[in-house]
Design a protein around this ligand. Structure first.
Ligand SMILES: [Zn+2]
Length: 144
C-alpha cells in the first residue's frame, strides 16, 4: 500500500497535477465559476483513498479552489476535521458535494444559471424582467 505522507509530497503526485488541472478546465469542481491552476491557487482533493498512487481523475481526485477545499469540504461539511479524524470519510454531505463536483462543467453552469433565473423571476414582480435580470447577473458573475 502506498504511504500517504511520502506520496503526497512526491514528484510522482505533483507531476500528475497539470493533466488533472487541464481535465478540470482550470475550474474549481465545486464552484465552477472560480478559476484554478495557472496563476490561481488550487487544492488537489482526494474523494477517497482507495486508489492512492493510481488515481483516476473525476473519480478519485478533483481540483478544488482553496476556499471550497478548506472551508467547505474539510470545514463546514466535516466539522473542521481532517479525513483521518472523521469516523467515516467521506461523510454524507461530503459525498453529495463530491457528486456535484463530478458533474460536467456545462451541466453545473446550466444549473447555477437556472438558479439565477429562478431567483430573478421569483424576486421580481415582473417575472420575465426578473428572469432576464437573473441571466444578466449570472453573465456578470462569470466575467469577474
Ligand atoms: Zn482534500
Amino acid at each position: 500500500m502506498t504511504d500517504y505522507r511520502s506520496y503526497i509530497t512526491s514528484d510522482e503526485w505533483r507531476e500528475r497535477h497539470p493533466d488533472w488541472l487541464k481535465e478540470a478546465g482550470y475550474r474549481c469542481s465545486l464552484f465552477p465559476w472560480v478559476k484554478v491552476g495557472r496563476k490561481h491557487h488550487y487544492a488537489m482533493h482526494h474523494l477517497d483513498y482507495r486508489n492512492l498512487g493510481h488515481e483516476t481523475y473525476w473519480w478519485d481526485v478533483l481540483v478544488l479552489s482553496p476556499a471550497a477545499h478548506d472551508w467547505l469540504i474539510h470545514g463546514l461539511l466535516s466539522g473542521w476535521k481532517r479525513p483521518h479524524q472523521q469516523k467515516h470519510y467521506p461523510n454524507l454531505p461530503q459525498r453529495l458535494a463530491h457528486n456535484w463536483g463530478r458533474l460536467p462543467y456545462f451541466l453545473k453552469m446550466l444549473l447555477v444559471a437556472a438558479i439565477f433565473v429562478a431567483l430573478g423571476a421569483a424576486l421580481s414582480s415582473n417575472h420575465i424582467f426578473g428572469g432576464g435580470l437573473g441571466v444578466l447577473i449570472f453573465i456578470l458573475v462569470l466575467w469577474v
